[in-house]
Ligand binder design. Sequence first.
Ligand code: PGU
Length: 457
Amino acid sequence: MSSAMASVALLTPSATSLSLRENSKRIGFGKKHGHLLFKGKASGRVSMTVAVNTSRFEGVTMAPPDPILGVSEAFRSDTNELKLNLGVGAYRTEELQPYVLNVVKKAEKLMLERGENKEYLPIEGLAAFNKVTAELLLGADNPAIQQGRVSTVQGLSGTGSLRLAAAFIQRYFPDSKVLISSPTWGNHKNIFNDARVPWSEYRYFDPRTVGLDFEGMIADIKAAPDGSFVLLHGCAHNPTGIDPTPEQWEKIADVIQEKNHIPFFDVAYQGFASGSLDEDASSVRLFVKRGLELLVAQSYSKNLGLYAERIGAINVVCSSSDTAARVKSQLKRLARPMYSNPPVHGARVVANVVGDPNLFDEWKQEMELMAGRIKNVRQRLYENLSQKDKSGKDWSFVLKQIGMFSYTGLNKAQSDNMTDKWHIYMTKDGRISLAGLSLSKCEYLADAIIDSFHNVN
Ligand code: PGU
């Protein structure tokens, strides 16, 4: 029964009308709320149910499952033992178990020993976190940091940081639109839609070469109205795993500069693409070096495995420290009515790990280990695909892609086959998360991909 119900116990049947009215009042039902159902009689007491037929929420329709997080829900309800979750980009060990980094455990131990309190953070977040996160991104000796031109506000991980920046764009650049890559991480569109920021797509992926459509990308960025925001994936483009080369990044910066656009980086995988934190931040640093003003959203979900701690930041690199201060004040103003101030736990973990030379070194080693494991399964998957597929298809694109994902080129029907027949859970755009794959499952995955690719239209 979809309507709301409440059980009402009455002393005698004859007392029904009076007691009911009183009970109705007590439980908060007015006259207009539906009729009564007598459910039975037990030892002189009548048990009744008040059924409310018309919900105030009748007009609320069922939302579709989330294209990424919904995959995990479907995975959980599959009882087949062969099942494999390659949907969400979350790192698993070779045993396919979630992984808490040793440095995180050490940082948490330190925090416990210090007996840190749970007071509210300032609206902009933990100062020690904001300092190290900007330094990690830009390099501690970056002139932008030294000149106080970077405005950093702790955000609710990558998503929350993007959302805060979107609110800022909506408020201060109501006539601007955001250019996003085609394809992109699915939630980007939701974020800008909800913030009422108009967006359009620029070409990015070329299915013929299974590579970057660089010409298309440049042409579309050029064709956009001057002063648009250009959303760029700092490294390990999601979902394609295809990044521009350093030379291409220079050309992208040229066009953005020419057009007076504002670069807006999403950095969710720093350290995960190459295994090096500095190398993965080189795209952002190149733009900052040119003296451009820009936005960068950061996330520690993947590189520190802090998925559920919701820790990240929005950085706005400005032309002067004065502008940076004003921008920060407005970001805080936007954050205050949305969530007031951010959670402290993840911020302390990051501050402890990045701020302590020993833990920082250990983190880099662990990250290399994670990135290395993904590279290993990528290699193995490629070998299995090449050996098992007798059609002569070139699978080398798997090796060219970087980061957590492989963009297989499987269409929706083929992706459905992967799930329905093989119990392999993945997003319907053909993306698989290699972070959720083990060496021992590569062969099974290769069989499934070959079957889906050749036998499903
Ligand atoms: N930006 C990009 C490019 C991402 O891939 C993700 C996460 C985020 C931002 C946001 O991550 P936070 O956890 O908010 O820091 N994408 C993953 C995780 C699942 C999801 O969609 O949120 C993914 O599987 O694509």
